[in-house]
Write a protein that binds this ligand. Sequence first.
Ligand code: FPP
Length: 237
Amino acid sequence: MSIQHIAIIMDGNGRWATQRKRPRTLGHQAGVKSVRKTIETTVKAGIPHLTLFAFSSENWNRPEKEVSKLMDLFLSSIQKETPELNAKGVQLNFIGDLSRFSDKLQIKMQQAAANVPENQRLMLNIAVNYGGQWDILQAAKQCCEKVIESPDLLPHLGVDEFASHLSLADQPAVDILIRTGGEHRISNFLLWQSAYAEIFFEDVLWPDFDENHFQSVVDRFLNRERRFGQTSEQVNA
Ligand code: FPP
């Protein structure tokens, strides 16, 4: 069973820092190290798509200082990591409503995500100001516009056509969805794209997530039976 796409809700940075009596932003810095390790592990495992939830549309509600520190961290991480990612054959892609970020950050994201044809080993999607409901709504709006222009299209509007307007439209569906930090919810992440994902809720806090945790999830995934609505007998036939 090949794994094409892993998506991760990186939760627990704040608690990791609080446990050490340090400011929450230190947890996010430690989280960046985990991001780096996880990218390496994904490349090593030959898994071609990785999507990380870095900032949800709801995260703007955090204290202003934390949001501003997170923005600084995104900016500095992008600047620092992009050459290394290019060297590893990693293509960056940002998904979400990027218009709410500063011009400076938007330009940095565009530059970092510039298409590098040699970067074929891993498509790394970073979800920022992303929400699954937003994604579905923006796809619905695009479809509405098309139908207003050509009403005859409506009866032919199917799942595949609709999905072609979503973020990650040209990428495989999520096989494995991991949430670290012990909470058991999807928090408005890739709602459509995870329709048949196998979900793993892990207690480990994101800064402590390492290659062994990654491998443990992959091993458990390989032991699961994915039925996609069929019966076990059909799958095994
Ligand atoms: C959730 O932990 C984490 C975030 C909201 C930020 C995630 C950001 C990073 C891992 C660093 C930057 C990433 C990139 C791709 C450069 P939390 O703060 O909700 O933790 P808590 O539940 O313990 O409070």
